[in-house]
Design a protein around this ligand. Structure first.
Ligand code: SF4
Length: 436
């Protein structure tokens, strides 16, 4: 029996697909690269943006032909989108051929759900609500070597007014530091660990805060590189800045979503900080860790965003000079507070603003990448370049992608690379020394 998983959305979803793969492999399934050869096809969905729903429905609908040709094929849909009862119901009604629908809280019961589906020859829909416990016994199959993701917490308490995540993933729950350390100790062959959570800065594992967790991981594991994502600016403590500064194995990169440069819009978004507080935090981080790279998320066209508010976002970009930014046009999500706000920004204005924002950030990113020319950086070779098979690609601790001549035997090793050219998205260079 073969399985094929299609994952949409963030790294959290990618990691949950690794857990689903782990469960399927424990049942004897093998991974299939193509849908056509699979006996079990699963869509792990995302609901953060409005157009994701159209895309998912389109892609699930396209499977009907395969199902008609092979009646024993099982089709499953799970993830954040299915955690919304109304959407799960709509999907069930639209596509009677889907065998299994489940939400974000009951991945650990997948083996039983598949068993019920096969034994009873009928569809299983299982969407659990509420704050549920953490299940530590779920197997994980990773295809990401030399990188590995490790969840440190689930859910979010922040209720940013535009965001659906707290409604579909529930309140924050942190894993114990002991369980996290044990998992990382078991990942000896991996060279870089990404600690994942919606807001890692509010991690609280039985009295251990995120700074304490990082210290414990540094003390009790040998992993050469540690990253984390995502940091909420309101919860990033001075102690955490000190720990990052003092531990060279923690990557010099903080993804620090600002969302808007206007204090009015930040208040409407319920972000819990003002423009001034955010800028003060940036100054503090840069003073303590001068080589830190900062990246961000920005939303334009939030309800009520005026020309002046947007100008504040543009000026904040100029002031902070992020290494890169994920930029989005506001997407209305039913069930959130922002969806009830009346003063929506017109599509034409949103489009104009996002184009200006992207153009400015591209210029900043390119300027910053140019500054790397002539410098030597430490890179972990992660894979063969998709553009040129004679090159490998990998990241610096600051998160910059670097391409250099090499082959697959170099993957998983660290190299010192002299940067010869800094382009918009990638740096190019040549190896000066292998570090192993
Ligand atoms: S911090 Fe805000 S944007 Fe991030 S997941 Fe929580 S509610 Fe959503």
């Amino acid at each position: 029996m073969k399985y094929h998983i299609i994952t949409y959305g963030c790294q959290m979803n990618e990691h949950e697909s690794e857990k689903i793969a782990g469960i399927l492999e424990s049942l004897g399934f093998e991974a299939s690269k193509s849908k056509e050869q699979a006996d079990f096809i699963l869509f792990n969905t995302c609901c953060v943006r409005e157009n994701a729903e159209h895309k998912t429905f389109g892609n699930v609908g396209a499977l009907k032909k395969l199902k008609d040709e092979n009646s024993s094929l099982m089709v499953a849909v799970c993830g954040c989108m299915m955690q919304q009862q109304s959407v799960a119901q709509k999907l069930a009604e639209t596509f009677p051929f889907v065998d299994l629908i489940f939400g974000t809280h009951n991945i650990h019961t997948l083996a039983d759900m598949i068993g019920d589906c096969i034994l009873n020859k009928q569809r299983v829909v299982s969407i659990q609500e509420g704050d549920l416990s953490i299940h530590e016994d779920v197997p994980v199959t990773r295809h990401s070597w030399p990188l590995a993701s490790v969840n440190i917490m689930y859910g979010c308490n922040n209720f940013c007014t535009y965001c659906i995540v707290p409604y579909v993933r529930g309140r924050e729950k942190s894993r114990s530091a002991k369980e996290i350390v044990q998992e990382i100790q078991g990942l000896k062959e991996y060279r870089e660990i990404m600690l994942l959570g919606q807001n890692v800065n509010s991690y609280n594992g039985g009295g251990v805060d995120f700074a304490g967790l990082l210290e414990t991981i540094c003390a009790q594991t040998d992993v050469p590189r540690i990253r984390f994502m995502t940091s909420h600016p309101k919860d990033l403590s001075d102690r955490l800045i000190d720990v990052i500064a003092s531990q060279p194995r923690i990557c010099r990169h903080i993804h620090l979503p600002v969302q808007s440069g206007s204090s009015n819009i930040l208040a409407a978004m319920n972000r819990g900080y003002t423009r001034e507080q955010y800028l003060e935090l940036v100054r503090k981080i840069r003073k303590r860790i001068p080589d830190i790279a900062l990246t961000t998320d920005i939303i334009v066209g939030f309800p009520g965003e005026t020309d002046a508010d947007f100008a504040d976002t543009m000026s904040l970009l100029q002031e902070v000079k992020y290494d890169s930014a994920f930029t989005f046009v506001y997407s209305r999500r039913n069930g959130t507070k922002a969806a009830e706000m009346e003063n929506e920004v017109g599509k034409a204005v949103q489009k104009e603003r996002i184009m200006k924002l992207v153009a400015l950030q591209n210029t900043i990113t390119e300027q910053k990448n140019k500054c790397y020319e002539g410098k030597t950086v430490r890179v972990l070779a992660e894979g063969i370049s998709t553009r040129d098979q004679g090159h490998v690609c990998g990241r610096t601790g600051s998160g910059k992608m670097v391409n250099f001549a090499g082959n697959k035997d170099m993957i998983g090793k660290f190299f010192d690379v002299e940067i010869t050219e800094g382009k918009k998205t990638t740096l190019f260079g040549r190896i000066t020394q292998e570090q192993g």
